[in-house]
Design a protein around this ligand. Sequence first.
Ligand code: REL
Length: 956
Amino acid sequence: MNRPRFPLMVPLLCLLAALPCVASAATDCRAPAAVCEQAGGNALALIERGTPVQVLVDSADFAAVHLAADALRGDLAAVAGGAPADGQPRTAIIAGTLGHSARIDRIVRDKAIDTAGVEGTWEAYLLQVVDTPEPGIDRALVVVGADRRGTAFGLYELSRRIGVSPWTWWADVAPAQRANLHIAPGRFIDAPKVRYRGIFINDEEPALGGWSRATFGGTNHQFYERVFQLILRHKANYLWPAMWLPRAFYDDDPKNAEVADAYGVVIGTSHHEPMMRAHDEWSRHGSGRWDYATNSKVLQEFWRGGMQRLQGREAVVTLGMRGDGDEPMSEQTATALLEKIVADQRAIIGQVTGKPVEQTPQVWALYKEVQDYYDKGMRVPDDVTLLFADDNWGNIRRLPDPADTRPGGYGVYYHFDYVGGPRNYKWINTTQVERAWEQMRLAWAHGVERLWVVNVGDIKPQELPISAFLDQAWDPDAADLEWVKQYPARWAAEQFGAEHAATIGALASDYTRLNARRKPELIDAATWSLVHDREAERVLAEWDALVERTQAMAAKIPTRQRDAWYQLIEYPVLASANLNHLYVAVARNRLYAAQGRASANAWADRARTLFARDAALQRVYEQDIADGKWVHMMSQPRIGYTHWQSPPRNILPALASVDAPEQGVTGVAIEGDANAYPALLRGPRLPELDPVAAPTREVVVFNRGQAPIAFTATSRTPWLKVSPASGEVTDAQALQLQVDWDALPEGRHQGQVSIRGKDWTEVYVAVPVNKPPAHRGVRGFVEGNGVVAIEAEHHSRAIAPPGGQWQVIPNLGRTLSAVTAWPATGGPLVPGGDSARLEYPLVMDADGEVEVRVLVSPTLDIRHRGGLRYALSIGDEEPQLVNVRLDPTPGDRDFTAWEAAVIDNAHIARSRHHVRAGANTVKLWLVDPGLVFQRIEVARDPHPRGTLGPVESARR
Ligand code: REL
């Protein structure tokens, strides 16, 4: 098929010359159906001197086609800044569905338009400029659809190509105006590869629920119209409607189904709502227990009602039965009973539709415990789509053998938002596009081609991952590594234009990465360490740098784009940064109060200010921008979680206060230790100084009282310097300790610094120092403080698997990127010899035992083979197999490991090895495909400190 790699307005972007383009602007503008400002050879004007063409559709064509044409007319007018001329046009866009538009059928026939690859192909469409398509019209762009959605998608695709984002209404993305736009001649055809592609609106209180009530009076058909437009503008076709109690799509507003049908959107119900019945309908219309063993007749009639209500409209019917609501069935539920339920449901489908049952699309969702039934052997007929699920945290649980094809095919149900353990995540976007892409690429490679559906919570603010998921679903073959690398910038270009696309795309990627490594709901005052490795400072510095880049960019955003900018970039960055600052302020308040620092009170004030700022940022989103259109939309509580469920509102974490005396009182705190000094019977001892990882260390002199107090600091060791050597402390004064490394012989030493306050306080700080052998001439990552940390992409050698390659996935993971072997559908490899591996050179201080921690993304045992293995060796050792086993099933032996992994968005796998002083090589061997490596940490001390671990080691 003749298709660009990315279905956006690439030529237009290239023309604006800010994005790196695969081909030159001139070449791109000549590609069939490329839309450009300038008139390339024989291009047809869609907009000329501010006047758009007319869009003509046969009245007999489908409502979905008319609605798409209306959308395009509006979009053309918005871009052109004017309406089309009245009267008989000389040029036009003529759209129609084969067999349903006499006009299109005639043009196809008269002009001998080649419909191969379109006719008879699900949702396919063709765009082609045709001369004299009919009397009176000189030239037209003809949009030919194989079916109603095919034609509609041709029209929505044109909307995107003329510069109208799918988020035009949902994020107020204002299209750029163009006086002239042309479409290149040539034949362009396209069709989706995944049959059903869609979203699940879920857990939509209080944000989307409150907003939809205030805006539309509820999730009625006016609301759904907007949802359908959003889906279709992404050329997707499928929806699981909102069902969070007490919502019921069919029951709440009978027009919902009618309008869905008019737009051409296929409706399903979520995984635990069988037979087109919303969960809440059982309490409205059911009677007796939700229990098939005792109440089958009533349930059958309830389900029959769901099918009858469809009136033949397009749907994908969920089969099976879970407990009442999103709960497992009772333990005793036998597979045999479930199989009977499915058989009875299928009988009802057949009776109600009057068609062979396999003609109605059906899914069986293997969600949570239902997958166990599947694993234990439960099966459904072959024409039913098997819908595999992720673990609710973006890690797919099971995939089919690529060789196992079945008429019903396979699907995946994925999450960008979740209510459940270990904690809800509902507020902000925390899904790395790269992770969703990598998981869905795996799914596609394993033959998941029938249905992709993603839980998007309140829709906003999941704009970026929603676009990426649906764009990938359209053509997973085109979504290769290059595609995902460019996606954030391309998406930014679609919202804000090409000029700053790379910068804006990087802002979106970066805030997502920072949010993904620990979701905001999981952050508390203990998350970022104040005492180890300056972790809290490092984390806040990353956020501050991002805020600074965001503000610098904000200054360049024109007024017409400011509403979209705030929703898509500024709010997520500022509010996420603020939340991290808030928790660190709370942590400082508590730590300082425990240490008796007078400044604890100021940190309490700062925490209160940051808490108020969170509300202020929300207020801007909900009231100040877009004329208050997004009222309630950011009302999801995110501060003050204590267990999995969301707090009822944001709650400022408890703060401590100190009663500071009027006179100054000296105190001392050191790195790596939460205690304050002086303390009874023990003195402070710093963590070791080391020329590579910790060449300096910090000691803080602080004040426990209100009046400033003088101090002196004296080194009692010739090679150790402390500065400043004296001063007056109002709040706190950091002292830097420096070692004269040249004066120090190799080996371990101990220095001492004494600190005296004017109030007679006296503290002696022990300063251990290690000067390891230099190992001159040895190259590699150098041990420091007993640790070597290496980002997986910084290998010195990569031996690819047979027929495959190692791929670096940028941005994926917690710190830089991730590395995975691709393709990932093969069998296990035997490690050793010249087999596939990554190599990392180390320079170690001394011989000894080490623990090697390999950080992998929390990929699950997708092929049900008992885990995912890699092997590791150092030097000439035999490769040691390490099995990554994570299981989201509560009670499973690997459940705790799974919980820890999704909280950290990484699993830390461990093995023990022996190293030699000097040069060593770590070999990370590929065994089972699918693992995604983020980092390697080699440590003499088995306990990692802090949440993120050490910074990457120096490389020599
Ligand atoms: O994320 C999920 O799949 C489930 O938690 C939801 O589907 C579930 O229906 C929940 O909204 C409440 O019933």
